[in-house]
Design a protein around this ligand. Sequence first.
Ligand code: PRP
Length: 180
Amino acid sequence: MPQLRVLFTQEEIRSTVGRLAREISRDYEGKNPLLIGVLKGAVIFMADLMRLLDMPLEVEFVRLSSYGRGKVSSGKVRVVRGLLRLPIKDRDILVIEGIVDTGITLDFLLGWLRRKRPASLRVCALFDKAMCRKVSVPIDYLGLSVPNEFVVGYGADWDEKFRNLPGLYVLEEENQPQGA
Ligand code: PRP
């Protein structure tokens, strides 16, 4: 079994989500944003964040995938399923993403959304692996920076496993020396 090393505890994530919710509540006061969560990774973040948002809002999801079963992005984003039903045009759109790595997934989604002419388009990402960026993407509300390591938990998976872990963990290979 691979080893898991804690990067952010449940409590650290909880307080970060609280801070993001306060920033978003302040900026969207008097508005009625449409939150678009990127499945599957953002599912837990969306559930926790939206319950802390003090405003009327609506929620949609898109299912995008670029990693398949591996640890490295394929570089090609696949729209696995278009789940959007509500109109985007003239809405204040806030994309909710669990982790931004190469930026390819987010860049693809933002391009797709921009063509639908929203009133505004912003991004909230809980985790950011900025060192891995291949495409520059704007992040308006950023939670925590993550080093260049493969992470799982709080929605993030390896081969569809570990999404249910309450914190964020580095997945270490079996033969990797401990404490390195
Ligand atoms: C993960 C994650 C992001 C994306 C970020 O999704 O949830 O959506 O990768 O990577 P990128 O910045 O390099 O594009 P994944 O494709 O693994 O699908 P999943 O959300 O269903 O796990």
